[in-house]
Design a protein around this ligand. Sequence first.
Ligand SMILES: [Zn+2]
Length: 192
Amino acid sequence: MLDFETCNKARLERDPDYDGRFFTAVRTTWIYCRPVCSVRQPLTKNISFFETAPAAEQAGYRPCLRCRPETVPFCPAWKGTKTTVERALRLIEDGALDSGSVAQLAERLGVGPRHLSRLFARHIGASPVQTAKTVRMRKAKRLLNQGGLTMAEVATRAGFKSVRRFNTVFRELYGRSPQALLKEVLKNGPTT
Ligand SMILES: [Zn+2]
């Protein structure tokens, strides 16, 4: 993980080189952002940094609606070096945890479920289940932005078991319904 000073300098300068390498979480608003976010910058005393979007979400932060931090692909810093985690992420992207369990995922990767969870804790800073949640939501947001789909279609295509589940998880994460967000998208245009 990058040190605090490096992250702080990067986010104050909105340095695009650091986009995706860390996320800024703001304690006063419970929102997390990309370093390039255009919203007014929070005071240094109110922030902390996370290496991944799932890690920030696991700590209870919501993604910023302006810079859409949850849509950033996973950090390239360790890409190619942590093969098991990388393969796991690919399988999660393909929906491995939408219908299957963590134990089944671990088995496909040839490791124990506890080992897999430890690897995720070390490299992602969040559990495989939380990571799948972030990935699912990222897919849903992309589909919502595209428009033209019903909520049921968005929910199914993103990997949710039901629309109700989708609505619940969405509310938990964004503090509003998908319909409310969709209205915003229609008004302001897609932001990603
Ligand atoms: Zn932001």
